[in-house]
Design a protein around this ligand. Structure first.
Ligand code: CMC
Length: 434
């Protein structure tokens, strides 16, 4: 990647007979940009950038990533500090409201969420009519969209009180919905949230306890979940977040926008990668643990094989989240008394990849998904639940980004241009003449 331009002069573009100044948009950290917003009006020309490799769709105060140095910060705070010292709901508050809460602010936020964790019975019944074999991400997207039917008073995207209510309801219902999706697939009854039990502990109990059972879940399990959710809480303009913003830019309500984000996250190149990583590691184990042959298949791009959990559009260095997850994987497995051959295979794969020219030259390092699934598996989740857990973690980021976009006076409905490359004008041919 080339170094950022060291100038505050506008860029200047000559195109045919037109000379255009492209005003700079300054960053507080990382690379600044130039605005091409007036290019079409002045030159009749648009820019082309498949995959938005070079296009900033917005300015944002929320998350900073330096992909070359492997830095991630929420609202300026390093992810390492937040993972170590904060809690998921405190991070959610930070992302959504911009500052770390004071103690009374946090207590009020947590108490309000705690009060709303319960799911109405009719809501539960709607989820119950879906086949048990449904993929959990399909169920999650549908459940979030269903919230729009149950809470119409929180749907107006232009009413701050309604948006605040939708924010609280989404954060409050998410653990209950995700635990229910998990239990339903296994044929178990839904457990109810318990007031005052704590957000993550409530989620873990609703997910893993038997009905009527008093469980004492290990702190290691609750802490590991809290940390993983923090690590996933935001990641600036990734595919699902951009989807949430794009849908929201049409002034669709928060539930519809987040549900669209869930759909985007389900793809194996995005949130679905954590599930794909475990499938890949299991495949290596079941085919005689021949890591080298598998790596050769990947490098030869046989059948489109990829090393899942490796590579990132932005990180061209070790993903800082992967470093934290890797460190905690050992700790969590030891605390829970779990051994996992897949963790050994993952380490072996990583060791080979970090020395191999193919991966080194392309700057392909483990991303957050590489070790995440191993921890979720140790906690007792089936791999189909990994991506819903990613969505659970990403929820505050989606909400924060949607709210930032709605509050930004420069926001316009998202509507990319295209370069038409189809047939030029031609006349209709009657069917008998074709
Ligand atoms: N295994 C093997 N080769 C890879 C991989 C990989 N995981 N990722 C990229 N490459 C190769 C790719 O084939 C290309 O090679 P060449 O130059 O010979 O054509 C080169 O590296 C550049 O890759 P790219 O596809 O142009 O990079 P991208 O920025 O478009 O894609 C990515 C980023 C994350 C989609 C991709 O690295 C990938 O598919 N990784 C595996 C899936 C994965 O782990 N996704 C989770 C991402 S982190 C969590 C999240 O954001 O959801």
């Amino acid at each position: 990647m080339s170094a950022p331009l060291e100038t505050n002069q506008p860029a200047h573009l000559s195109l045919g007979n037109a000379d255009v100044d492209l005003p700079r948009v300054e960053a507080t950290a990382g690379g600044s940009g130039v605005s091409i917003a007036n290019l079409l009006a002045k030159t009749g020309t648009v820019t082309v950038d498949p995959g938005f490799m070079n296009t900033a769709a917005c300015t944002s105060d929320i998350t900073f990533i330096d992909g070359a140095k492997g830095i991630l910060r929420y609202r300026g705070y390093p992810i390492e500090q937040l993972a170590e010292h904060s809690s998921f709901l405190e991070v959610a508050y930070l992302l959504i409201h911009g500052e770390l809460p004071t103690l009374p602010e946090l207590e009020q936020f947590v108490e309000r969420i705690d009060r709303h964790m319960y799911l109405p019975e009719d809501f539960r019944e709607i989820l119950s009519i879906q086949p048990r074999s449904s993929h959990p991400m399909a169920m999650l997207g549908a459940a979030i969209q269903t919230m729009a039917c149950f809470y119409p008073e929180s749907m107006d995207p232009l009413n701050p009180a309604a948006v605040e209510l939708a924010t609280v309801l989404l954060l409050a219902k998410m653990p209950t919905i995700v635990s229910y999706i998990h239990r339903r697939a296994a044929g178990h009854a839904l457990l109810y949230p318990m007031r005052g039990e704590g957000y993550i502990r409530n989620f873990a109990r609703m997910t893993f306890a038997d009905p009527g059972e008093v469980v004492d879940l290990p702190d290691a399990l609750v802490d590991a979940l809290d940390t993983l959710l923090i690590l996933h809480a935001d990641h600036e303009q990734n595919c699902s977040t951009s989807t949430v913003r794009l849908v929201g830019s049409a002034q669709a309500n928060l539930y519809s926008s987040i549900s669209a984000g869930v759909a985007a996250l389900s793809g194996p190149l995005h949130g679905g990668a954590n599930e794909a990583v475990l499938e890949m590691l299991a495949l290596i184990r079941d085919s005689g643990r021949d890591v080298k042959t598998f790596m050769t298949r990947v490098k030869d791009k046989q059948d489109g094989a990829k090393l899942m959990g490796f590579g990132h559009r932005v990180y061209k260095n070790y993903d800082p989240r992967a470093a934290i997850v890797k460190r905690s994987a050992d700790k969590v497995l030891a605390a829970l008394g779990v051994t996992d051959e897949l963790l050994d295979i993952a380490r072996e794969v990583e060791g080979i990849a970090l020395q191999d020219d193919y991966f080194v030259q392309r700057k392909l390092y483990p991303n957050v998904d590489f070790y995440t699934g191993i921890i979720y598996r140790a906690l007792g989740f089936p791999s189909s639940m990994f991506t819903p857990l990613f969505a659970f973690g990403r929820l505050p980021g989606w909400i924060a980004q949607w709210r930032e976009m709605m509050a930004d006076p420069t926001t316009k409905i998202g509507r990319p241009r295209q370069i038409y490359v189809g047939h030029a004008l031609r006349d209709f041919v009657p069917i008998t003449d074709r």
